[in-house]
Write a protein that binds this ligand. Structure first.
Ligand SMILES: Cc1cc2nc3c(=O)[nH]c(=O)nc-3n(C[C@H](O)[C@H](O)[C@H](O)COP(=O)(O)OP(=O)(O)OC[C@H]3O[C@@H](n4cnc5c(N)ncnc54)[C@H](O)[C@@H]3O)c2cc1C
Length: 506
């Protein structure tokens, strides 16, 4: 792929070309189309990748899928995650986290799914929103101009678009066009991932996720829907992938938990888990999202979730610039917001990984003692038992977030309708009292968003946290809380560039 060229002439084929139709690309395409952009997704493979990698998603992802109209279907195919236990080598519980069945977003906190089934559902939803998906087509070159990007598609001519987003996975060629390096957290461990198809009910398998902190072989157990079950085993020093992929070795490893005769290996693969974040996510009209921008060890089940958060963050900003008169610098807030967020989640996953991957018996014994002390409240560690800690941060203030903003908003149900369904793909203002129809704020919101008040809709009151007003961005993050005029000024600044500038990178 290449870089800059002469100015293009001729009309655009699309507002947005998305490279890659994995979960990130499909989500971005759907959310952008929902906001009125013409979107083409170019995907190298003809068929969906038939084997799962991701198995867990969180409530925020379900909320994003809600907007795309397919969350209920994903839920129907999934199973709700009840919790996560850390076990010692002797299977004693070191830590036990319960997962609240319902998050404040109105969706289950965590759900196990089958990735190919989820992706098939997602693709159907996205196509029904008007996205053109070109399968079996590889983006081979990108040439940027002031007004747009020319996208060469192998054997299928080219496309001209206002923007291109590389959602082309860990080996992203778009990343090379942007010319960015990957920052490495220094974590690198190889794990064998084994997905089993169970022959009926198999005794001995948990309904929760287990992290087995056994220094002789750290491993993970994850329930999956559809009669499947996942095991993950860490490779030890000196072991090769081929050794562990040997069918006899796989049988031996899973026999610690089940009778191997009761399950069929659907697939086995060795992955190297690491934590990487691209330094630059945007070069003028070309962006990165998903695994192309960041990769995490899967200990928190957050890689795909992070990609879908990228999509939700970027889609409304592209639409606001394309059709809503927002300044181009709003697009710089994409990396300013998403990069530190992705990095924080990766750092938390790496911390979990370092805890789990200990193979030195002495260090493992000290870890076990520390975790036990945390669980029983006798040690220095806190939050070691009970509800799972929320390791997912909000957004830093200073990008496209004002005072009181940055957290993912709650989603109440109002007269049987979820808030987001009521609001649609718009920015929303929630107020304690109805707006004066003659006020400038009422005028502004009638054009640029939607205003709801807690007098008419009492379910909105918790969103206000005692303030007069709360504005919610189209990606459902709180934009600002405070007085009506103050919050409206922040919204006008972000969406139209009026008043205080939107700062990038702060
Ligand atoms: C073992 C394992 C367990 C995991 N568990 C979880 C989990 O529980 N929860 C979670 O959230 N995440 C998990 N993940 C991470 C998750 O699978 C990934 O983060 C996610 O699939 C990345 O999605 P993506 O759309 O960014 O990239 P991909 O899924 O890699 O999609 C990229 C797409 O781009 C296409 N493409 C590439 N180059 C081109 C080109 N030049 N032209 C056209 N198309 C192109 C590819 O064909 C591909 O379809 C796990 C990962 C692993 C390996």
């Amino acid at each position: 792929m290449t870089g800059t060229g002469a100015a293009p002439s001729g009309a655009f084929d699309a507002d947005l070309v998305v490279v890659g139709c994995g979960p990130t690309g499909a989500t971005l395409a759907g959310l952008a189309a929902l906001r009125g952009l013409r979107v083409v997704v170019v995907e190298r493979d003809r068929e969906l990748f038939a084997l799962p990698r991701a198995v867990q998603c969180d409530h925020e992802v379900l909320r994003i899928l809600q907007e795309l109209g397919c969350a209920e279907e994903v839920m129907a195919d999934g199973i709700v995650n009840e919790g996560l236990d850390f076990l010692a080598a002797d299977r004693r519980v070191l830590l036990s986290f319960s997962v609240p069945p319902l998050a404040p977003t109105g969706w289950p906190t965590s759900v196990f799914f089958h990735q190919p089934t989820l992706e098939a559902t997602l693709r159907r939803a996205v196509v029904s929103l008007g996205v053109e998906v070109r399968l079996g087509a590889t983006v081979s070159a990108l040439v940027q101009h002031d007004a747009g990007v020319d996208v060469a598609v192998s054997g299928a001519g080219h496309l001209r678009a206002r923007w291109v987003v590389g959602c082309d996975g860990a080996r992203s060629a778009t990343r090379q066009v942007i010319g960015t390096s990957l920052r490495d957290t220094g974590f690198e461990e190889a794990w064998l991932v084994v997905d089993l198809q169970l022959e009926g009910a198999v005794p001995g398998l948990p309904s929760r996720c287990l992290q087995v902190c056994d220094p002789s072989r750290p491993h993970t157990l994850v329930p999956m829907p559809g009669g499947r079950f996942r095991f993950e085993f860490m490779l030890l020093a000196g072991e090769s992938a081929d050794e562990l992929l040997d069918p006899a070795s796989i049988r031996d490893l899973v026999s610690g938990w089940i009778d191997p005769a009761l399950a069929r290996v659907e697939r086995a693969a060795v992955y190297t888990f690491h934590g990487l974040v691209a330094s630059t996510w945007r070069d003028r009209r070309v962006f990165l999202a998903g695994d192309a921008a960041h990769q995490t060890p899967p200990f928190l089940g957050q890689g795909m979730c992070a990609g879908m958060r990228d999509a939700a963050n970027l889609a409304w900003k592209l639409a606001a610039v394309a059709t809503g008169g927002a300044p181009d610098r709003l697009l710089d807030t994409y990396q300013a917001e998403r990069q530190p967020h992705a990095q924080a989640v990766i750092d938390a996953a790496v911390e979990f990984g370092r805890l789990i991957c200990l193979t030195d018996p002495q260090a493992a014994a000290e870890r076990d003692a520390g975790l036990t002390a945390a669980r029983t409240g006798t040690g220095a560690l806190t939050g070691g038992s009970g509800a799972a800690p929320n390791l997912i941060p909000g957004l830093a203030r200073g990008a496209a977030v004002g005072t009181g903003g940055g957290a993912l908003s709650r989603q109440p149900t109002i007269d049987g309708v979820r808030l987001d369904d009521l609001v649609g793909p718009r920015t929303a203002l929630c107020t304690a009292a109805p707006l004066d129809p003659a006020s400038p704020a009422a005028g502004w919101w009638s054009v640029h968003g939607v205003a709801l008040d807690a007098t008419t809709n009492p379910g909105l009151a918790p969103l206000l946290e005692g303030r007069e007003a709360c504005a919610i961005r189209p990606d459902r993050y709180v934009l600002a809380r405070g007085g009506v005029e103050e919050v409206t000024a922040v919204a006008a600044s972000v969406l139209q560039g009026h008043g205080a500038p939107v700062a990038a990178g702060s």
